[in-house]
Write a protein that binds this ligand. Structure first.
Ligand code: MN
Length: 239
């Protein structure tokens, strides 16, 4: 008799690269958000020689936040504010970004993850926001820490449908942003200063990318938690 019980969705998450203390890490809020949504987190440290085999273990993927991509990937300029560049992480995540678009794997891209997706498909990035968009609005707090700012979401977007809102004021912690959006993607949210805050891809079964950090407030904010809930539901074959 066939087992009619679907397995618990396994959600792949890439981690930060090897640090100066020879450790890999990922902020706990990503793991907590996936568990609250009913998924099992499966972490992937950068430098995996068998990425294709790891992909067979997961039902959906989260591309999390982290340090900056090397600007050579998008013909960008060197900038003294670019930090924590990790060649192995860039390489693995660019490969994963192409894979999720080729295969339709359900995907939630967060902060750096959104930037990786954009670069993987020919878009580019603003190397350092404060130098270009002025100081009317901060996207990152002191010491690369959190801050919050308003975001306006396109009412017709998948993102608005999933979150159940067209406005939010989430935690923001980025100093780079999408400059030219990649072919095939569309902008679905902006900050009051015009900065691109979310994008999605028409034709992909479930791919959402946000520049803010839903995991940091998801425990107390149902609209942010719904991003994780909907990803896990999709991985389960619902929605
Ligand atoms: Mn922002």
């Amino acid at each position: 008799m066939a087992n009619l019980m679907a397995r618990t969705p396994r959600i792949g998450l890439t981690t930060y690269g090897r640090n100066d203390d020879d450790r890999y890490s990922l902020p706990i809020e990503y793991v907590d958000s996936v568990r609250r949504a009913g998924g099992i987190p499966v972490l992937l440290p950068p430098g995996e020689p068998r990425l294709d085999e790891w992909l067979t273990m997961i039902d959906a993927i989260i591309l999390p936040g982290g340090g900056d991509m090397c600007p050579t990937h998008y013909d960008g300029n060197a900038h003294d504010k670019i930090y924590m560049v990790d060649a192995a992480r860039d390489r693995d995540e660019l490969t994963l970004a192409r894979h999720v678009v080729d295969t339709g794997l359900p995907t939630l891209a967060i902060c750096r993850g959104m930037q990786v997706l954009n670069v993987a498909f020919g878009g580019n990035l603003i190397e350092h926001l404060p130098g270009e968009v002025g100081k009317s609005l901060s996207h990152r707090g002191a010491d690369r820490g959190p801050i919050s700012h308003a975001v306006e979401i396109d009412p017709g977007s998948k993102l608005a449908e999933v979150m159940g809102t067209t406005k939010c004021e989430p935690i923001s912690m980025h100093h780079q942003a999408v400059r030219k959006i990649a072919t095939g993607f569309k902008v679905v949210a902006n900050a009051p200063d015009g900065t691109i805050e979310a994008m999605e891809m028409a034709g992909h079964p479930w791919l959402l990318a946000v520049q803010w950090h839903p995991e940091l407030t998801a425990a107390d904010d149902p609209a942010q938690q719904r991003l994780f809930d909907a990803l896990v539901a999709r991985a389960r074959g619902e929605a």
